[in-house]
Structure formats: structure tokens, C-alpha cells
Design a protein around this ligand. Structure first.
Ligand code: GDP
Length: 392
């Protein structure tokens, strides 16, 4: 599936940059066009793969290229004021060649948190292609203001996109790691999961066509209907038969096929369970998910229809959904078989409820402090008997 990716803010830009790197490394060709938008010049300069003419600095007259300092209301205002500059970068994208837009942002900061929903709304008004969001939630140790920003942005972003895929930094935080090093690994994780998911609908010429290949329309149909999505992943190393499946064909001749295929089927079903019950990009209860898509990626000799069918049935039981799609993504040279599960329309997400609770507390606390400090400043500045007069 070919995407036009727009990274808003620092996290958004870095993740889109990583997608481009992944694209170059694997030849998956999912990024048809990429752009980065920011109010901070230094963040745009730190990107490596997004072409320089596709990096848009907005809000120059307001913040002089220094960013909005985690003020997402300002981030949203600036995005609205400078939307024409963003559109300028989008104008150079051959939109007829893309299947969808993907707007990526960290929701805890200012620029992306405020700007991403504004951009999504703008894109939806202008184009007929679906507009998806990839929103990153902050770690719970980042503090009240980040949580408040994320809770408000999440609410707004969900409403403006055709589907919001969520990645929760909090679930992926590792202790004892530098923040930068931590993000590096986290961004790899994001790109691996979504790279395989979107790559599945983008079979290149000359690639082996498997029995039931995932098509981009299946990804689009799973995401359609709006709401919030999460992605599960599991992989297992396998030894690749470099002679293009010759060995497996030889095995067929001496009757080894059945054993082999039973083993393959079992491996697939166990990978499906691991992916669905392991760590999701947004941890949640999978029961009640409205739709799901199961992608099995790997060398063709390790994929089989029976495994996918079983995995699909199991997912139907677990989610209670009747809309579970599944298919292959023949993928040579990686040395692994991987399962990616997209769970769309999830509603039982304790993490979001907790985020909102902390956000409300932070908001009350901020209001209180603001009122108090106004009173305190008044006390300090005015003399007790009100005998002094201001100049003007
Ligand atoms: P902005 O530039 O004002 O939009 O803010 P940032 O993107 O710098 O930060 C917003 C939030 O995104 C932070 O609170 C972090 O939770 C998260 N974040 C920042 N950088 C990264 C990154 O490289 N990867 C990931 N996964 N999250 C990040």
C-alpha cells in the first residue's frame, strides 16, 4: 500500500524519517512521498532521509523557529494559520498514486499534538483518499502537562481521521536507558510493525505471489469505520532455503511434505497467538475489537493457507468479530516468519481511561496554581494600605 506520510513535530518527523530508511533498506516501497512539518528549525535539520524541500517550517513570525514549548493550543493555532505552507509541500505529492495519507505525531508535545489534528481535518476536506493518523502516547513518567496534551489531542485527532493507530511509549519504555537510545529502539519497533502491515498490500513485480496475498483494499477496509487501532507482532527465525524452495519441492517427492506442512501450520497458529496476546502498540482488551487483519510475512515456503485460516478463526473467537481478514506477505531474505495483527475499532482500553484521569487531575491542578499565583502576585505588587498609585 502506497502512503503519503507527513510527520508533524519532532517525534512525527523522526518516525517518518525512519519509515524512509526502512523503505530504502527493504525495498518495500510503502512511502510514495514524505514530508515533515515543525515549528522548530533544529528538529527539521536533524532529519536524515526526508528531502530538504519537503521539510516545512511553520509559525516563523510567531515563534522564530524555536518551537512552541509543549503548548499544543499554540501548535494548533499555528498549523491553522500556516496551513497553506503545509499544502505547498503536499502539492508536490502525486496524490493519484497514493492509497492513503498517514499523519504521524507524538501527542504529548506541542507542535505535533496540536498540528496533526488540524492537518488531518484539512486533508480530509480536500482529498478523497483516506487519512489515517499514527499517534504516539507519552510515557507516564513524562509529567502532567504531556499527559494533558496527549489526552486532548487524542480526542481531537480520533475525530478528524479515518482511523487512529496508536503507539504507547509507556508500554515500551525500558528502564535504565537514555531517552534518545530508548526512542531509537522504540522507533524501530514502530516501523517494523507498520512497515510489514502496509508493505503487505504492496507486492512488487517479480515477487512470488502466494496463495492468498493481502491487498491494500483489505487494509483499507479493516481501517474503515473509524476509531482506534492497535497492532500486535511476533516473529520467529527460520532457515531460508535459498534455492527458491527447491529443497521443499524435493521433500514433497519423498513424502515429507505433510510433516513439513503440519509443522508450518502449527508455527503460524502459535505466532498468531503470540502476536495477539503479547505486547500491542496500544495495550488493550482484544475482545470487542470490531475488525482485524492478520498478515503472515516470510519466505513463501513457510507460509500456508491452513495456518492463516486457523489463525483467523482463533482471532474471530478471541475478538468476537466476524470481520477478520487474513493473508500472506511473501518476503524473502529476512530470515524470519512474522505475524502482524491489526486490531481495528478497539474500545476496551484501560490505558486511555487512565490517561484521561491523570489529564483531568493535571488540568485542575494547573487551574488552581494559576489562580493562586494571580492572587499571590496581586498581594506582592500592591501595598497593604493601597496608598501607592501606578504610573499609568
Ligand atoms: P513536538 O515537536 O512539539 O510535537 O513534540 P515532540 O514530538 O518532541 O514530543 C512529543 C512527545 O512525543 C513526547 O512527549 C514523547 O512522548 C514523544 N517522542 C518524542 N520523540 C520521540 C521519538 O523519537 N519516538 C517516539 N516514539 N516518541 C517520541
Amino acid at each position: 500500500m502506497k502512503l503519503a506520510m507527513i510527520g508533524f513535530g519532532q517525534a512525527g518527523g523522526k518516525v517518518v524519517d525512519k519509515f524512509l530508511e526502512y523503505d530504502k533498506r527493504t525495498g518495500s516501497e510503502i512511502v510514495r512521498a514524505a514530508a515533515a512539518v515543525n515549528t522548530a528549525k533544529a528538529d527539521l535539520m536533524g532529519l536524515e532521509h526526508i528531502p530538504e524541500n519537503q521539510r516545512v517550517l511553520i509559525g516563523q513570525s510567531r515563534v522564530k523557529g524555536h518551537g512552541v514549548g509543549a503548548d499544543n493550543e499554540l501548535g494548533a493555532e499555528i498549523a491553522e494559520e500556516d496551513i497553506d505552507e503545509v499544502q505547498g509541500a503536499i502539492d508536490s505529492i502525486p496524490v493519484h498514486e497514493v492509497d492513503a495519507f498517514l499523519v504521524v505525531a507524538g501527542l504529548g508535545g506541542g507542535t505535533g499534538s496540536g498540528g496533526a489534528p488540524v492537518l488531518a481535518k484539512h486533508l480530509k476536506r480536500i482529498y478523497t483518499e483516506p487519512v489515517y493518523g499514527l499517534g504516539v502516547l507519552p510515557g507516564s513518567d513524562e509529567g502532567g502537562i504531556y499527559t494533558l496534551n496527549a489526552a486532548r489531542s487524542f480526542q481531537t485527532f480520533v475525530r478528524e481521521v479515518d482511523n487512529l493507530m496508536v503507539f504507547d511509549n509507556d508500554a515500551w519504555r525500558k528502564t535504565g536507558e537514555s531517552v534518545q537510545g530508548g526512542y531509537e529502539e522504540i522507533n524501530e519497533e514502530i516501523v517494523r510493525r507498520f512497515g510489514i502491515l502496509f508493505g503487505a498490500g504492496e507486492i512488487q513485480q517479480g515477487q512470488e505471489v502466494a496463495e492468498s496475498v493481502v491487498d491494500s483494499s483489505e487494509i483499507i477496509n479493516t481501517l474503515s469505520g473509524g476509531g482506534v487501532s492497535t497492532v500486535g507482532y511476533a516473529e520467529e527465525e527460520v532457515e531460508e532455503r535459498t534455492s527458491g524452495g527447491l529443497l521443499s519441492r524435493l521433500r514433497n517427492d519423498d513424502g515429507g511434505d505433510e510433516l513439513d506442512s503440519a509443522h508450518t501450520t502449527n508455527r503460524i497458529t502459535s505466532l498468531v497467538r503470540k502476536a495477539a496476546l503479547g505486547r500491542l502498540t496500544l495495550p488493550c482488551e482484544i475482545e470487542g475489537a470490531e475488525r482485524a487483519l492478520l498478515v503472515l510475512a516470510g519466505p513463501p515456503e513457510y507460509l500456508n493457507r491452513k495456518g492463516i485460516e486457523r489463525g483467523r478463526k482463533w482471532l474471530e473467537e478471541q475478538t468476537g468479530s466476524m470481520e477478520v481478514r487474513g493473508g500472506d506477505y511473501p518476503y524473502r531474505g529476512a530470515g524470519f516468519v512474522a505475524t502482524v495483527i491489526l486490531l481495528a475499532g478497539v474500545t476496551n482500553v484501560p490505558r486511555i481511561k487512565e490517561l484521561q484521569q491523570v489529564a483531568i487531575e493535571a488540568q485542575d491542578n494547573l487551574d488552581e496554581i494559576r489562580e493562586e499565583s494571580e492572587d499571590n502576585l496581586d498581594d506582592l505588587v500592591s501595598d497593604d494600605g493601597d496608598e501607592l498609585e501606578s504610573l499609568f
